[in-house]
Design a protein around this ligand. Structure first.
Ligand code: ATP
Ligand code: MG
Length: 312
């Protein structure tokens, strides 16, 4: 068994939204990611995926809970050690344009990451490393002096990937890295991320709002709903045997490339019956208590397949 690189335990991130109101954007999530593994994190817009990612990297201070990287609890590390740790943990963002400074050349964008961590000795060394990184992500090293607007969306995302790779990270959070791209380009970027993972032994948390996008890249998938994880299983298992009504909703939202089937497909609405599938998953052994998220816990219904159920 591979060891866990990431261990998230009881992580919460609440935002104070004024007038004494608190938004529980991430509400007690726990999972681990093994070295070299890709964990998909899916759920609809606003369910807390990006907040979870940012809190794991401590770009947001957690309200509660812990994150271990390689066995070290980073949630309490002092700033200096945290900075060193940041080298190992990088993030790729959804919008490849907004996340690149338009006034910087590609060399400066990638070089900045090297400078922050004092990883480029001389100017020549810096230039050579930038060219090497561009080559690694399938871009022409001769384009290093160009600006972001001179590239297509897919190429810009490759620049974002090169920037993340510059500091030799072990773990990368890919926050919807392909959502903003044309469908024809999405597969290329996913394949690039897969190749880089194989070559460099990277570990990924791959965020998406649509299950179809994470299917091919994820070993396991966690489904997030209103700040919580409601189901987690190996990809194949999750697709073949979804148990939580919300997972079924997400699956039913994947378009089927056959107009007739698609037209007749029944969408499962979450309000339909939030209890049925969950109760039956428990082999009828349930207490019969009504299911609500506040009073739920993840239960392992078969090996490695976790589903949110009413607390006993
Ligand atoms: N800095 C912040 N201050 C206050 N509320 C925030 C902040 N960041 C996020 N939120 C709120 O937290 C909730 C979760 O947001 P988040 O961006 O994590 O969702 P998401 O799952 O990444 O959505 P999307 O798929 O649209 O990217 C939302 O209600 C959002 O408005
Ligand atoms: Mg997001």
């Amino acid at each position: 068994m591979k060891k866990n690189l990431i261990e998230v335990e009881g992580l919460k991130k609440y935002f104070d939204v004024g007038n004494g109101n608190v938004l529980k954007a991430v509400n007690d999530i726990s999972f681990s990611i093994a070295e070299g593994e890709t964990l998909g994190l899916v759920g609809e817009s606003g369910c807390g995926k990006s907040t979870a990612g940012r809190t794991i990297l401590r770009l947001y201070e957690p309200t509660a809970g812990s994150v271990k990287f390689n066995g070290v609890d980073i949630s309490k590390l002092p700033p200096k050690q945290m900075k060193a740790m940041r080298r190992d943990m990088q993030m790729i963002f959804q919008d490849p344009y907004a996340s690149l400074n338009p006034r910087f050349t590609v060399t400066d964008i990638i070089g900045e990451a090297l400078d922050i961590h004092k990883m480029a000795g001389s100017r020549t060394e810096r230039k050579r490393r930038v060219e090497e990184l561009l080559d690694m992500v399938g871009l022409n090293p001769d384009h290093a002096t160009r600006y972001p607007h001179e590239f297509s969306g897919g190429q810009r995302q490759r620049i974002g990937i090169a920037r993340a790779l510059a500091v030799n990270p072990k773990f990368i959070i890919c926050d919807e890295p392909i959502s903003a791209l044309d469908v024809s380009i999405q597969a290329q970027v996913v394949n690039l991320l897969k190749d880089l993972q194989d070559r460099l032994g990277l570990t990924y948390l791959f965020i998406a709002h649509d299950l179809s996008m994470v299917k091919h890249i994820s070993d396991r998938v966690a489904v997030m709903y209103l700040g919580r994880i409601v189901e987690l299983a190996e990809s194949e298992e999750l697709y073949a045997n979804p148990m939580h009504p919300y997972t079924k909703t997400l699956l039913s939202a994947i378009p089927i490339p056959d107009p007739e089937i698609e037209a007749n497909k029944k969408r499962i609405l979450l309000e339909d019956d939030a209890n049925g599938p969950i109760q039956s998953a428990k082999d009828g052994a349930s207490s019969g208590g009504a299911y609500n998220l506040e009073n739920s816990e993840l239960v392992e219904v078969s090996k490695g397949h976790w589903v949110s159920m009413p607390k006993k």
